[in-house]
Design a protein around this ligand. Structure first.
Ligand code: 26M
Length: 822
């Protein structure tokens, strides 16, 4: 059957047109002859909101009536991208809107370009949260996402003379049509001050006298599930100065400058920290974490009290709280504070409730990315929370660690939430594990390493607490919406509800050897590439051919992700062509997209080096356009949506053991790119699903990495013994790519030859060989088409609906509740 999961909307093209024009006039205050594309965009959004708001209310009423168990997904980041096309798709309105706009004389796709990305995240972790809330809504799970309403999302990237320049992101400059302010649900968040012990009736309790309070204002973004039945919300908190005077009890002289205080309060939700690893001890970052955690917990408590008063017997049955990394871990002592200090619940009872409620997802093993806060800072900003953390730690060490390993101070030192070395630090990972009933990694190998390398003793203490939930991506955004050509082709062969049940794509497998289907599939890829040729021209002024291999590496810039391995190979190919102009290779376009953290020196040097090599290669007539190198500025969700459908090769070349999962690897493979990757993160599972013959694997695996390191890794050895590798590294020292300025690219060379922390040189030869395999495979057109089709047909496991179903079953114990129909 070809049944459709998305309902046919009860609206005609004519009615949709009328609604848009109504909003153009009455919401936007303009009219057809005068309206800008931006105004049309907003008018369409307002029209779509007529459907969405109704869905929000229906879903809310359903949950309220049922006293439903719900999950609260706490994340400092939600990398939403644009919302219009996704909302139209999920409501089943896309084609209708497309027709309506055509009749009004516009291309819908063109008008969608007016929408700024909602870039409230850095990369993988933030985009995962966005895919997950889409899936939670689609699966009709009672769920709410909690985060920060940043005024400025991730910086906009420009290149100036090949170097990254950061510019502020302005996603809300003209307001966003998708958000609803909910002043009635405002919360108060306290900071600083001191703790008083009050003795009373033979007992005592603690009273926190905060030094400052601020307001948390919620903005709700509706999240439309596929099919439009269920609409959840993403609740983002904005910080504001207190209505009253901000009064520091310790600093009564400070009141003169009240404006400074209000500026400070409003600073909290001003800007997203542009790092994707830890940013050592910035007080504002800690306050961001606490601000949104406390506001969210207060929101959960308000909703609970409205239904149950002060009877907390059902609290754990009705609430799950998921920590997206340790960033919101301060929510653990915050819940304890509320239960013990405000509700008068005993410590033992409150701790039981807290542990049953929280679960924690780990996203990295990189030691430098594991969050630690100076104890003094937490004591200063959150004095009561520091006391609570001490108490949690003391009981943990005494009741659990001591019982299991009597008298073993070494293990106590290792498991303690407080690190005693180099000034006391609070280990947020340990706090998260101790305070949660479940801890999960994001791909099988990563979850294994979380147990084996990161928390081995915790795993012994609580076998069964550590789980795997392999990441996923929403096929609605990452296929249906971004790749309409492939979706249309797919729909000729599989049920129309494939965006919900991705395993239906296995019906394509028998077609992998069908030459007619192969041609159609590759024609789609070619058309997508033709479209992207224009994007490349527009953004970089580089001319590329859609007949070349589009070889893509898109992800944050990081040494462990090894964009410089890719660069070394590009230089080697270029050198081969200069040595032998007839060097046999299929033309290739190397495409990069990556932002570097503004303070990450070497990452910025790698961007500069790629841009300099690109400039030279792209303008060298001797190589007859066999290689082009394109570094797309300002890589972001909306650019990924254009590039991924056009990709032939997906570079996933991290050092084995370092990339927790990766999710770009899933998006690219689903859209028919062949993975060129190491045995790392979810690459391993992609190879399992698609078959090893349909991916190209290279390099050391995790065990070989360990072995190489134990033998005393010496990058100089590879440099000295590989003629081509030595030549390209030395090239970086010359002025070949930076005429008249030798040494500008030396930092990259010397880092590799002298340190090479991510073993780029050790994997170089294997990578180069794997690239030759890619070249050979691409030239066998049928073999390539077959492999690409099998990839598309085999990726059902990476549907984020499957990930969320796993969370619901194994961690949240959560059942769907379908919202009432209209
Ligand atoms: C920390 C401190 C200050 C400012 C920012 C941070 C911070 C922000 C983001 C730290 C880490 C952040 O994200 C890490 C991340 O994106 N990890 C990726 O998570 C993906 C989803 O699970 C995985 O697929 C990737 O492999 C993993 O690198």
């Amino acid at each position: 059957g070809k049944k459709s999961a998305a309902p046919k909307p009860d609206m005609t093209v004519k009615q949709f047109k009328e609604t848009v024009i109504k909003h153009l006039r009455s919401t936007l205050g303009t009219y057809e002859e005068k309206a800008s594309k931006q105004a049309w965009n907003q008018a369409i959004a307002a029209s779509v909101n007529e459907f969405i708001f109704d869905g929000v209310s229906r879903t809310r009423k359903t949950h309220a009536g049922k006293d439903a168990r719900a999950v609260h997904y706490l994340s400092l980041e939600f990398l939403m991208g644009r919302l219009m096309s996704n909302n139209l798709q999920n409501l089943g309105l896309y084609e209708l809107a497309d027709k309506a706009m055509k009749e009004l004389g516009f291309e819908l796709a063109d008008i969608l370009e007016e929408e700024p990305d909602m870039a409230l995240g850095n990369g993988g972790l933030g985009r995962l949260a966005a895919c997950f809330i889409d899936s939670m809504a689609t699966l009709a799970l009672p769920a709410i996402g909690y985060g920060i309403h940043y005024e400025h999302g991730l910086f906009r990237q420009e290149f100036f003379k090949g170097r990254q320049v950061e510019r502020p992101d302005q996603w809300r400059e003209f307001g966003s049509p998708w958000e609803i302010c909910r002043p009635e649900s405002e919360q108060v968040v306290k900071l600083y001050g001191y703790v008083e012990t009050v003795y009373e009736n033979g007992g005592s309790h603690k009273v926190w006298h905060p030094g400052r309070t601020m307001r948390a204002i919620p903005w709700d973004i509706p999240i439309v599930g596929y099919g439009g039945h269920n609409v959840n919300v993403l609740r983002l908190w904005e910080s504001r100065a207190d209505k009253f005077f901000d009064w520091d009890v310790f600093n009564s002289g400070g009141y003169v400058d009240a404006y400074t205080e209000s500026v400070q309060a409003e600073t909290v939700s001003k800007v997203l920290y542009p790092n994707d690893e830890t940013d050592a001890g910035k007080e504002l970052r800690l306050i961001q974490q606490y601000f949104f955690s406390a506001a969210s917990i207060a929101d959960v408590m308000r909703r609970f009290r409205n239904a149950h008063g002060n009877d907390f017997s059902k609290f754990t049955a009705l609430n799950a709280l998921q920590l997206n990394d340790t960033h919101p871990a301060i929510a653990i002592p915050e819940l304890m504070r509320v239960l013990v200090d405000e509700e008068g619940i005993s410590w033992a009872e409150a701790w039981k409730m807290t542990r049953e409620t929280f679960s924690y997802t780990n996203h990295t093993l990189l030691p430098e990315a594991l969050e630690k806060w100076p104890l003094r800072m937490i004591q200063h900003v959150l004095p009561r929370h520091m006391e609570i953390i001490f108490e949690i730690n003391a009981r943990f060490l005494k009741d659990e660690v001591e019982t299991k390993w009597p008298g073993n101070d070494g293990i106590k030192r290792k498991l303690s939430i407080i690190e005693e070395a180099n000034g006391q630090m609070v280990r947020m990972g340990n706090l998260s594990v101790v305070g949660s009933h479940a801890v999960n990694g994001v791909a099988q190998i990563h979850s294994d390493l979380v147990k084996k390398d990161l928390f081995p003793e915790m795993n012994e203490l609580w076998p069964g607490k550590f789980l795997n939930v392999t990441n996923g991506i929403t096929p609605r955004r990452w296929m249906k919406a971004c790749n309409p050509r492939l979706s249309t082709l797919i729909e000729k062969h599989v049920d129309a509800d494939w965006p919900r049940y991705l395993e239906k794509l296995t019906a394509l497998k028998p077609l992998a050897d069908d030459s007619k289907f192969q041609k159609e599939y590759m024609a789609v890829k070619h058309a997508n590439k033709e479209d992207f040729v224009k994007v490349i021209k527009e953004l970089t002024d580089v001319d590329v051919s859609a007949d070349a291999i589009f070889d893509v590496q898109i992800k944050r810039l990081h040494e462990y992700k090894r964009q410089h391995l890719n660069l070394l190979y590009i230089m080697a190919l270029y050198r081969r062509l200069l040595i032998n102009p007839d060097y046999d290779m299929h033309p290739r376009v190397f495409i990069f997209g990556a932002k570097a953290a503004p303070g990450y020196y070497l990452a910025k040097e790698i961007i500069f080096a790629i841009n300099k090599v690109a400039e030279k290669v792209n303008n060298d007539p001797r190589i007859k356009d066999k290689i082009k190198v394109v570094f797309l500025p300002n890589y972001r969700v909306s650019l990924a949506e254009k590039l991924i459908p056009a990709a032939d090769v997906s570079q996933q070349i991290s050092l084995a053991g370092k990339e927790a999962s990766g999710t770009g690897n899933m998006k690219l493979a689903l859209n028919g790119a062949i993975t060129l990757g190491t045995l790392d993160g979810a690459n391993i599972e992609i190879a399992e699903e698609a078959g090893e013959e349909n991916v190209v694997i290279f390099g050391m695996d995790v065990d070989e990495v360990v072995e190489t390191r134990e033998q005393g890794y010496n990058p100089g050895h590879y440099y000295q013994n590989n003629e081509e590798l030595k030549a390209v590294l030395d090239w970086l020292d010359s002025d070949f790519f930076t005429p008249g300025e030798p040494g500008l690219l030396s930092a990259v060379k010397h880092n590799l030859v002298d340190h090479d922390p991510y073993m780029v040189l050790a994997d170089y030869q294997s990578y180069s060989d794997a690239q030759s395999k890619i070249d050979a495979l691409y030239r066998d057109k049928k073999a390539w088409a077959r492999a690409a089709i099998i990839n598309t047909a085999s990726l059902a496991k990476f549907n984020s609906d499957r990930s969320i179903q796993d969370y619901a079953d194994t961690i949240w114990n959560l059942k769907p509740i379908k919202a009432a129909a209209k």
